[in-house]
Design a protein around this ligand. Structure first.
Ligand SMILES: Nc1ncnc2c1ncn2[C@@H]1O[C@H](COP(=O)(O)OP(=O)(O)OP(=O)(O)O)[C@@H](O)[C@H]1O
Ligand SMILES: [Mg+2]
Length: 407
């Protein structure tokens, strides 16, 4: 409503806002990308409130420094700044002076945003000592779910406790791939005022899988009913309301086209590391690097790349690069992270999925099984070692073992 009308409606002119009042109003303007308000982020270097005119109205000038000049969110920030400041009844006009940050200022803002995301991360039932790895890709059908269950099984086979969260809410495939169909039960849990969902468990050697999927809540053919459900809400609920208990790893099978879920995850579990799955085609690299871009924007670390459906070796030992070659390495180089492994195209991977037994557990071990196990080992040794083992006691044990070796 025009301000003149606002004034006509009140008999006495409204109090003139102070500079602090305006900063207070700007505290509600959230940088959509960084998830924190622009004042806390240090994006508002100054505010000037003009002297009041005869009707008590003031003009406000707000200096806003964007992280980059051509920031695509500029128009949204502009609109939010204007509408927020105009909430004060004495404000007649809002003028924005745009500026651009220096690279030093920009790194400081990023630091603040990351910090604030961590500080404000809501409580989850995922223990602090649990490593969180989200398996993502730029497009569907590249093998995220197959990689998730095979790595989870290979990690558990090492005696670890591994959670598997199927974040593909309406395209879930984890139940089938692990051969589990039990419905999830909820139970009252000590120390919590509401019942918690008890994950389905599966013993794997000395280790264990704890598995949660919407597939355990709905029959596969009614999954479409979930379409209206907010994806992030469902994932949020799984993180908060599942009695995960102790876990060394939580592997999250991401849905294709990960935008919302990835952002939600970054907010709920900012310590999540991403593993990006791509196919060997060089053309796939471009699509896959989008997932990496998104990770960067939500401050998630990309821990590595896995190339899946790499060359197929026929019974005669002849290798065929059916889907091209070099895509995994090219992506890893582009985003400067290690290529964790190349999983060959192998019918046993699909057959294992159909049978509900991940091929990485197969005692006969094809080439794909060997690669999955090697990637799991690399995760444990190098990429994201279990927190409990990376602690002092493990290091002490290693030191003792080394002393014996040298004796
Ligand atoms: N290395 C492999 N060798 C042979 N078949 C594979 C391999 N990896 C995956 N597949 C098959 O490819 C298909 C897609 O795999 P998967 O479901 O794991 O992909 P996804 O990325 O999770 O797909 P979506 O995006 O639909 O969730 C499945 O039929 C699976 O069995
Ligand atoms: Mg999948």
């Amino acid at each position: 409503m025009p301000l003149q009308v606002k004034f006509l409606m009140s008999e006495t002119p409204p109090a003139v806002p102070t500079r602090d009042d305006v900063f207070g109003l700007l505290g509600a303007v959230i940088d959509p990308e960084l998830g924190t308000d622009i004042v806390t982020l240090g994006m508002v270097p100054d505010v000037v409130v003009s002297p009041a005119d005869s009707t008590g109205g003031v003009d406000v000038t707000v200096w806003v420094k964007l992280t980059i000049g051509g920031c695509p969110l500029r128009s949204q920030i502009k609109r939010d700044v204007e509408t927020r400041v105009a909430l004060h009844p004495a404000v007649r006009t809002v003028h924005i002076e745009w500026g651009e940050m220096t690279s030093d200022e920009r790194s400081e803002v990023m630091l603040k945003a990351r910090w604030s995301a961590r500080e404000n991360a809501p409580d989850t039932a995922v223990p602090q000592s649990c490593r969180v790895l989200a398996i993502a890709s730029g497009k569907g059908g590249v093998g995220k779910s197959s990689v998730t269950v095979n790595l989870a099984a290979a990690l558990a086979a090492q005696g670890l406790t591994v959670g598997v969260l199927d974040a593909d809410i309406w395209g879930f495939s984890v139940p089938r791939l692990l051969g589990i169909s039990d419905r999830l039960e909820a139970e009252a849990v000590e120390g919590s005022d509401r019942p918690k969902i008890i994950p389905n468990t599966l013993k794997v050697g000395r280790g264990e899988l704890k598995v949660v999927s919407t597939g355990f809540l709905v029959a596969e053919d009614t999954a479409l009913m979930w379409r209206g459900l907010m994806l992030t809400k469902a994932v949020e609920q799984f993180l908060r309301d599942v009695a995960w208990g102790d876990m060394d790893y939580l592997l999250i099978d991401m849905p294709p086209g990960t935008g919302d879920v990835q952002m939600g995850l970054a907010r709920m579990l900012p310590r999540t590391d991403l593993i990006i799955v791509t196919t060997p085609a060089l053309a796939a690299q471009k699509v896959a690097s989008r997932a990496a871009d998104m990770a960067k924007r939500s401050f998630l670390r990309v821990a590595g790349v896995i190339e899946n459906m790499s060359s197929f070796t026929c019974d005669h030992g002849q290798e065929y690069a059916l889907f091209g070659s070099g895509g995994g390495q090219a992506l890893a180089d582009e985003i400067n992270v290690p290529l964790l492994g190349q999983v060959p195209l192998e019918p046993a991977v699909g057959a294992g999925g159909d049978a509900g037994v991940p091929v990485s557990l197969s005692p006969y071990g094809g080439a794909a099984a060997t690669v999955f196990r090697a990637i799991a080992q690399r995760i444990i040794d190098d990429i994201a070692p279990p927190v409990n083992m990376a602690g002092c006691s493990a290091r002490m044990l290693a030191a003792v073992a080394a002393a014996f070796d040298n004796a």
